[in-house]
Design a protein around this ligand. Structure first.
Ligand code: CA
Ligand code: CA
Length: 321
């Protein structure tokens, strides 16, 4: 019986001994050359008709000529396993953590089930990485994704959750938009990947407004930026829905700018949720891009005080009243 180790891409075999770097086990005179010692796993099994990996992690070998089923496992004590997770210390990336023995990989496919409340599920990586593998979910709005050309307005919906599914507690996204979800597996050996380097490098802030009720989350496109605000002013919400439905536009007047991040993870300021209105015209002083406010926050909050982006277009209204 021979044991071959595939490379990471699983499209070639890897050998450590110099003699096999030419990919030829030179037999010279005998049928069991010394060059084969690296790949030789065991001998004396007779005619083998089947090899199976058992659910117990052992290898089962069926020998026709010996009339025997052999069970092959690690010799007790041969491979020290300090944390007893079944992976020898030498092959355990967290040798003192029984919940982790391998690095998580990218979560390959998300599945979505059911009408609201919708469940998002994915495959467990416990068997390949360890039982303490946890999952972090990042989400965002598809319209903002298109406006932002990336993930600056994404937020973290769940962090370090042991479950391999998540029930979406937020209401349905507005017609014409949708939510996207990215899940990353993590354990003490390291993090997998969202498949997006920027998100892997810096986890976006939590979705602080996912549980708010009695108002609406309204998103605007402002030239090439996006802004999401939490609003409790009923007439403003109704008007925003009309503008969205008819594709028309009016200037939102946010009369009170406030410090601190709220429902849009991109910006460290927000607007008073009640003190808002729509108008056909506004003074130029209060016009600008969200990034201008971010860059000159003291001036905007202290001197201008209000915000009236002329170019704002309603892109979504998530009504939670
Ligand atoms: Ca171990
Ligand atoms: Ca371990």
């Amino acid at each position: 019986m021979y044991r071959f180790v595939p490379n990471a891409a699983r499209d070639a075999l890897t050998f450590t001994s110099m003699a096999l770097q030419d990919r030829v086990a030179d037999n010279s005179a005998g049928i069991c050359s010394a060059e084969m010692s690296e790949i030789l796993f065991g001998a004396g099994f007779g005619v083998i008709t089947d090899l199976e990996n058992g659910p117990d992690g052992k290898l089962y070998v069926v020998s026709l000529s010996k009339g025997t089923v052999y069970r092959i496992g690690p010799k007790p004590g041969a491979f020290p396993d300090s944390d007893g997770d079944g992976a020898g210390d030498a092959c355990d990336c967290a040798p003192s953590d029984a919940g982790a023995f391998g690095a998580p990989v990218e979560v390959p496919r998300l599945r979505v089930a059911g009408a609201a409340p919708t469940t998002i599920g994915w495959d467990s990586q416990a068997a390949a990485a360890g039982t303490a593998t946890a999952y972090t979910t990042v989400t965002g709005d598809l319209v903002s994704l298109r406006t932002d050309h990336g993930f600056p307005s994404a937020c973290t919906l769940a962090q370090g959750s042991a479950a391999t599914s998540l029930t979406e507690a937020r209401p349905d996204p507005p017609a014409g938009s949708g939510y996207y979800y990215l899940v990353r597996a993590e354990n003490t050996c390291g993090n997998g990947t969202f498949g997006e380097a920027a998100l892997d490098a810096t986890l976006p802030p939590g979705c602080p407004c996912s549980a708010l009720a009695g108002g609406a989350l309204i998103s605007f496109r402002i030239v090439n930026e996006s802004l999401t605000v939490w609003v409790t002013n009923g007439p403003f919400i109704d008007r925003a829905k009309q503008l969205l439905a008819t594709g028309t536009r009016q200037i939102p007047i946010f009369d009170t700018l406030l410090d601190g991040r709220a429902c849009d993870p991109q910006w460290t300021w927000h607007v008073d949720p009640q003190n808002v209105s729509f108008a056909d015209a506004a003074i130029e002083l209060c016009d600008g891009l969200p990034s201008y406010i971010e860059a000159n926050k003291a001036y905007w909050l202290g001197t201008v005080g209000s915000y009236c982006p002329w170019a704002a277009v309603v892109t979504s209204v998530e009504d939670r009243r």
